[in-house]
Write a protein of this length. Structure first.
Length: 173
C-alpha cells in the first residue's frame, strides 16, 4: 500500500473517530506532501474554491512550529466542523479561516522517563512521549502509561494557534 493510500486512511480514521479532539500524525502521514484538498470525502468545485482561497492564509497562520501533517489535520477537521456549523449557508473563506484559527492549537506531551503511551481524551496517540500533535482548543484530559510506572494523569488547556506543553514525571510502582 503506498503512502498516499495510508495517509488517506489515517485522515479518514481521524475524521470518523467520534470526539477525536487531538491526534498525532502517523509516520506515513508525516512523509506525505501537501495536496490541494487533503481530506475525504471529495468536495464540490464551489467548496474547493472557498477552501483554496483560505488555505494559504491558514497555512501561514499555523506555520510557527506546526508540521505539515498537523496543518492538514487542522484543514480537514476544521473544514468538516465549519461545514457542519454552517450547513445550508454560503461558505466563506475568511469565516473558515477565522473558525479554524480559533478552534485549533497544538499539544506537546513529554514525560520522564520518555516512551510512555499517550491517551488524550481517552483516544490513543500513535507515538509515545515525547510527541506533539494538533488539537481542538479546550481542556484535554491526558493519561500516560508505561510498564513499571504509575500512570501520569492530568489536564492541559489547549489555546488557539499555540503549543501547550504537558509534562509528567512518572513514579516507579
Amino acid at each position: 500500500m503506498d503512502s498516499l493510500k495510508i495517509y488517506g486512511l489515517v485522515l479518514l480514521f481521524a475524521a470518523l473517530s467520534p470526539g477525536a479532539s487531538c491526534q498525532v500524525a502517523s509516520t506515513a502521514a508525516k512523509q506525505q506532501s501537501t495536496t490541494a484538498f487533503p481530506c475525504e470525502p471529495p468536495i464540490s468545485q464551489a467548496d474547493m474554491r472557498v477552501f483554496q482561497s483560505a488555505q494559504p492564509k491558514l497555512r501561514a497562520h499555523f506555520s510557527g512550529g506546526f508540521s505539515d501533517p498537523d496543518i492538514q489535520r487542522i484543514e480537514c477537521e476544521g473544514w468538516r466542523d465549519y461545514k457542519k456549523l454552517h450547513r445550508g449557508e454560503q461558505l466563506d473563506a475568511d469565516k473558515f479561516l477565522k473558525f479554524a484559527s480559533e478552534n485549533f492549537g497544538g499539544l506537546k506531551v513529554t514525560s520522564n522517563p520518555d516512551g510512555a503511551a499517550i491517551k488524550v481524551d481517552d483516544k490513543p496517540w500513535s507515538d509515545a512521549t515525547n510527541a506533539q500533535g494538533s488539537c481542538k482548543v479546550g481542556t484535554r484530559h491526558i493519561r500516560l502509561t508505561k510498564p513499571g510506572y504509575q500512570d501520569g494523569v492530568g489536564d492541559a488547556i489547549v489555546k488557539e494557534g499555540q503549543w501547550t506543553l504537558f509534562h509528567k514525571d512518572l513514579k516507579k510502582k
